[in-house]
Design a protein around this ligand. Structure first.
Ligand SMILES: [Cu+2]
Ligand SMILES: [Zn+2]
Length: 173
C-alpha cells in the first residue's frame, strides 16, 4: 500500500512536470496543420517541446471529417513524413511530403516519425506523447501528415492509413 501511494505521488509529479514544461516554456518548433482542398475545414497545431527524456509532441486539430455512418471511422493516423513540402498532385495533394521519417531504416511502426493516431470527437482531437525517437532539430523542415483512416500499426510500409488529408511543415521557433 505504501508503495502504491508512493507511486501515485511520483506519477502526480510527472504530470505536474509536464504541465509546467508546457506552461513555462514556448515550443521549440511547431507545424500549422491545414487540410487538403477536399478537407478545407481541417486546421490545427502540432507543438514540439524539449523534455529531459525526449520530445513532447502536443497536437490539437479541428475540422476532421465526421463519420458518415454509425460506428464510422473517427480515428486518423498521424506521422512525421520525411518530405519538406505540403504540395502534391491531383491524386495525392501532399505527395511531396513523401513517406514516414525513418532515418534508422526500421519497419513501421518503429519509424522515428510514427505517432499515435488522433481520436476525433465531433471532428476535434487533442493528444500528447513523449518520444525519444528523434530530436527537434532532426524534424524541423519535415512534415506532419494526418490520414483519412486509422493506422493499423502493422501493414508495411506505412500502416494502411489511407489518403493524406492534412499537412503542416515543422518550423523551428
Ligand atoms: Cu503518414
Ligand atoms: Zn511508419
Amino acid at each position: 500500500m505504501d508503495n502504491f501511494e508512493n507511486m501515485q505521488e511520483n506519477q502526480g509529479g510527472v504530470i505536474e512536470g509536464i504541465a509546467e514544461l508546457i506552461l513555462n516554456n514556448p515550443p521549440e518548433a511547431i507545424a500549422q496543420i491545414r487540410g487538403s482542398e477536399q478537407y478545407p475545414d481541417i486546421e490545427g497545431t502540432v507543438a514540439f517541446y524539449s523534455d529531459s527524456e525526449g520530445v513532447l509532441v502536443l497536437t490539437a486539430v479541428t475540422g476532421l471529417p465526421l463519420p458518415t455512418e454509425e460506428c464510422g471511422n473517427t480515428v486518423h493516423g498521424m506521422h512525421i513524413h520525411e518530405g519538406g513540402s505540403c504540395t502534391g498532385n491531383e491524386n495525392d495533394p501532399f505527395a511531396d511530403a513523401g513517406t514516414h521519417f525513418n532515418p534508422g531504416e526500421c519497419p513501421h511502426p518503429e519509424h522515428a516519425g510514427d505517432l499515435p493516431p488522433l481520436f476525433a470527437n465531433s471532428g476535434s482531437a487533442w493528444n500528447a506523447v513523449l518520444l525519444s525517437r528523434f530530436s527537434i532539430d532532426e524534424v524541423i523542415g519535415k512534415t506532419v501528415i494526418i490520414h483519412e483512416k486509422y493506422d493499423d500499426f502493422e501493414t508495411q510500409p506505412s500502416g494502411d492509413s489511407g489518403a493524406k488529408i492534412a499537412c503542416g511543415v515543422i518550423v523551428g521557433l
